[in-house]
Design a protein around this ligand. Sequence first.
Ligand code: PMP
Length: 389
Amino acid sequence: MGERNPYLVERLQGFGTTIFAEMSELASRTGAINLGQGFPDADGPDAVLEAAVAAMRAGHNQYPPGLGVPALRRAVADHQRRFYGLEVDPDTEVLVTAGASEAIAAAMLALVEPGDEVVVFEPYFDHYATSIALAGGRRRVVRLQEPDLRFDVADLEAAVGPNTRLILLNSPHNPAGKVFDANELAAVAAVAVEHDLLVVTDEVYEHLVFDDVRHIPMATLPGMAERTLTISSAGKSFGFTGWKVGWAMGSTDLVSAVVVAKQSLTYVSSGPFQHALVVALGLDDGYFAELAADLQAKRDLFCGGLTAAGFEVRPPSGTYYATADIRPLGFDDGIEFCLSLPERCGVVGVPSTVFYDDEAAGRHLVRFAFCKHPDVLSEAADRLATLAP
Ligand code: PMP
């Protein structure tokens, strides 16, 4: 949360520069290993890179169509059918966006009236709070409770009132690393149906799930396809976070509503990359299995290292984030801890308190991104081990 800014509109007061920018800046200034912001330290598949170069060479360098390149919309629809058995019409039910970030902001601007309430699960990705505020909406949080990060359905019921417009869901969940199971999704769906709410579901980590956990898209639940806007992104599934290509899928009416807001944000973006992602979405099942297996090995390596260094860690079921409790090492303030960490031992993490409305709730937690080369993770763990009292 930032200082008051005399120029900033009231509804955005309190939001400063995101913590990720701040921590990445700290990492580059100090030369520390940056496990703050979630981006891989290796590029995605060569075939996809080559397709991007070829798309530029082939002259796909002007504005793409408003909804996105048709071949990409078809590839997104094929992906939904292939992995989840969902039927999505590529002509009217898919919108390509400047990353999932734009899809989320455009969805809030298009679907939320000033004063409407949006229910989110806490901790939450901080972009949700600003996007809701941009629209003049108000967030109501439902806590994912320690230690197993489940939520109480009574809390969800209590968060819903006459002004609730939608539930903003995120599974697999950043920062918690939680993947909502069938029962939890059914409980969310039941509340949405009972109160006639939309669900905007951020599934950018859909392919990053571990062990025998399965990602279940909200839109596959009975009666939910027509009230759900599903958002995903090429950044996480293919390791090209800088390309900023995402997509939103839902009924024709929902998608057309989001288009109205989206076209006043970027209008369109990432022309040649959209062509390249047709190749990415068409990669064989082996690619997606390997992506998850590779990250799972990194999770095990890094969480093992954190545990050996004295942190208490809950290994995530999905995403590429591990949350560590710093109290066993004698610390209790994550912000202070993260600000001094580069100097103490040359590592950057993110204080989890930024993901909570109730700052006390995440005060003792720090989030580390483990989407890095194994040598980098081992080195980071070794450095963190020097903190032990
Ligand atoms: N949603 C979640 C939960 C994320 O963690 C992120 C990236 N950190 C995004 C959306 C943003 O995705 P993109 O880079 O495609 O805008």
